[in-house]
Design a protein around this ligand. Structure first.
Ligand code: SF4
Length: 107
């Protein structure tokens, strides 16, 4: 005995975009595989803007082919820590018109 009922075909136009579309830029990141402590320092957040590790991270970002994607992601998601897209926490907060990015974010 066969089941003659058929499921409706999916309406692909209503399906969410593939998740990889949002994250594939990370595959091209200049920092990929590097020591993450160059970009994050749990002992010193927010990090001083002219600290050697801050300047090193920013120099790497300046050569990164996906800097714009990274910066957009960090601003859109209000990344509270680290160097993203060549910007420090304080620089991202300034762009967003916030006093700080650490929770709770305040204007
Ligand atoms: S811009 Fe900087 S933090 Fe962002 S992916 Fe590139 S190297 Fe990494």
């Amino acid at each position: 005995m066969t089941n003659s009922r058929r499921l409706p075909a999916p309406v692909t136009g209503r399906l969410p975009a593939p998740l990889t579309d949002h994250w594939d830029w990370q595959r091209e990141a200049a920092c990929r595989g590097m020591d993450s402590s160059l970009f994050f320092d749990s002992r010193e957040e927010p990090r001083p803007p002219t600290a050697p590790h801050t300047l090193t991270a920013k120099a790497i970002c300046a050569q990164c082919p996906v800097l714009a994607f990274c910066r957009t992601y960090a601003l859109d998601s209000r990344e509270p820590y680290g160097i993203w897209g060549g910007l420090s926490e304080a620089e991202r907060a300034d762009i967003l018109g916030l006093k700080r990015l650490q929770h709770p974010a305040r204007r």
